[in-house]
Design a protein around this ligand. Structure first.
Ligand code: G3H
Length: 489
């Protein structure tokens, strides 16, 4: 087993001598896919929460610390040093991504490489932001030079489905803008941060990056309660975000950067290219077993094509290869959360008890931490799978007669991230787009939903997000505009 027994605080890799929490893997060489011990991480609490908070707070020093006052060019050098060292950890991090969260080899490599690219692109965008800011502007006799300044201590909490990439989409812009950070890795996908500790330690001045482990309520609560956090940056669920936010003694001062839940629908119009729609819906619903906030989580198919779509879609789902992440061509893998298969089964049972059928032959087959995706039809609003963000392999399908039906459902939903729209007739599609962009934040034409490329805005309405996470927007989310003004004499 892999023992993570150091943590990074105030520039020191400190040895942990307290209690440990076990980390399990659900991938194995047996067919059972039962959780087996993979390693252990420190079970930290209040003392360590306070320790990292003080380190980050002192390093920031109310904006007067070494890091927030450092020249842009020097901060960039530190970030370049970090990414150079990070690249050397690729094999180790990719291996741990597979073992910890069951992500396929191809997707784990993609996650690593996308993160490296993200860092390089952030550096370039940061240079551009600095160049733009360095210009003088003049209005009504006042000359101004705008700057972008840091905000203070940022608490970063990332999700288990992208423990490297999405976490770094918070961490990297927060750091480069001159903030100091406290980072607690997700529950699954935590060991893979270990190979990066040395790079964090040696690339940045002491106290700029502080890393802790443990349960949020034990170690992140004292951080929030201290009142020293300026930004809560979290990708995960709204329940955790609200709980943490509520612990801050001065919530008015807290900036939020949150990527939360979604229930992205696909709408398949009668004239859609069915081959394309099916291919995109399979990938959209089941990439990484549906454990993506951008996954398609409900399909609306026009009643005139529902029978054909359902038959061909279900056959395609049944043909998806399942196995361990390193196996060639594998698409479906075991789930890292030990309670997830039982939860998915509950959703299936609830829907079938209320009249839905499992359309695909293999739907719901399972052993311990593996459950084969179930395609459910016809789903209605009485069923839990219609309302809940399943974040796993179960696909609710509804048919509609009038386009207003899915539009009304989307407008009533608590979520508002993205939609996929499949159809050919531009005269039908164009006015629909105008309506949909006021309900969600991204309309994907004849393609599934996704976050990237990282230059495009990634955000959502209602309970789906607070703030925007393209590289461009993230640099702004983690900073404030200040300026120097002088009068014409
Ligand atoms: O889990 C939510 C992620 O933002 C999904 O990202 O669309 O690149 O897979 P992705």
């Amino acid at each position: 087993p892999f023992i993570q027994d150091t943590y990074l605080v105030n520039g020191v890799l400190k040895k942990w001598s307290g209690e440990f929490t076990s980390v399990y893997s659900t991938i194995s060489s047996t067919e059972e896919y039962a959780p087996t011990l993979l390693g252990s991480i420190p079970a930290m609490g209040e003392a360590e929460g306070n320790e990292v908070t003080n380190a980050a707070f002192e390093a920031y020093d109310n904006g007067q610390g070494l890091w927030p006052t450092m020249k842009v060019i020097d901060r960039i050098k530190c970030m370049q040093d970090f990414v150079t060292q990070m690249k050397a950890t690729r094999t180790e991090v990719v291996k741990l991504l597979m073992w910890e969260i069951g992500k396929s080899l191809a997707d784990s490599e993609k996650e690593f490489d996308r993160t490296v690219d993200y860092i390089y692109d952030t550096i370039e965008d940061y240079k551009e932001l600095d160049r733009t800011n360095a210009r003088f502007t003049k209005s009504q006799g006042i000359n101004a030079m705008v700057r972008r300044g840091p905000l203070g201590v940022v608490l970063c909490l990332g999700p288990y489905n992208y423990p490297l990439n999405e976490t770094f989409a918070l961490l990297i812009p927060a750091i480069i803008m001159g903030n100091t950070v406290i980072f607690k890795p997700a529950k699954h996908g935590v060991l893979l941060i270990s190979p990066l500790l040395e790079a964090f330690k040696s690339s940045f001045p002491k106290g700029v990056v502080n890393i802790v482990y443990g349960r949020g309520r034990d170690v992140a609560s004292p951080v929030m309660k201290s009142g020293k956090v300026a930004v809560l940056a979290l990708i995960g669920n709204s329940k955790s975000a609200i709980a943490l936010q509520d612990q801050h003694p001065n919530k008015n001062r807290l900036r939020l950067v949150l990527g939360l839940e979604a229930k992205n629908p696909a709408i398949i119009l009668p004239d859609a290219d069915l081959d394309l729609a099916i291919q995109e819906c399979v990938a959209g619903t089941l990439s990484f077993n549906g454990q993506r906030c951008t996954a398609l989580k409900v399909l609306y198919v026009h009643e005139s094509i529902a029978a054909e779509f359902n038959k061909r879609f279900s056959e395609k789902v049944d043909a998806l290869p399942f196995g361990n992440p390193w196996e060639k061509g594998v698409f479906l893998t075991p789930l890292p959360e030990k309670d997830k298969p039982a939860y998915i089964q509950e959703l299936i049972d609830d829907a079938t008890s209320k009249g839905a059928k499992i359309l695909n032959k293999k739907g719901g087959e399972h052993s311990e931490n593996y459950i084969f995706p179930a395609v459910l039809f016809p789903v209605n609003k009485e069923m839990r799978v219609y309302h809940e963000e399943q974040f796993g392999p179960v696909i609710p399908v509804l048919s509609f007669k009038d386009i207003q039906e899915p539009l009304n459902d989307m407008a009533e939903s608590n979520y508002g991230q993205q939609v996929s729209l499949f159809g050919r007739d531009i005269k039908t599609i164009a006015p629909l787009i105008d309506t949909l962009v006021n309900i969600v934040c991204r309309v994907n034409l004849n393609s599934s939903c996704q976050r990237g490329p990282d230059v495009y805005p990634f955000t959502g309405r209602k309970d789906s997000a607070v703030a925007t996470l393209s590289i461009h927007d993230a640099l702004r989310s983690f900073s404030i505009r200040t300026f120097v003004a002088s009068k014409d004499n």
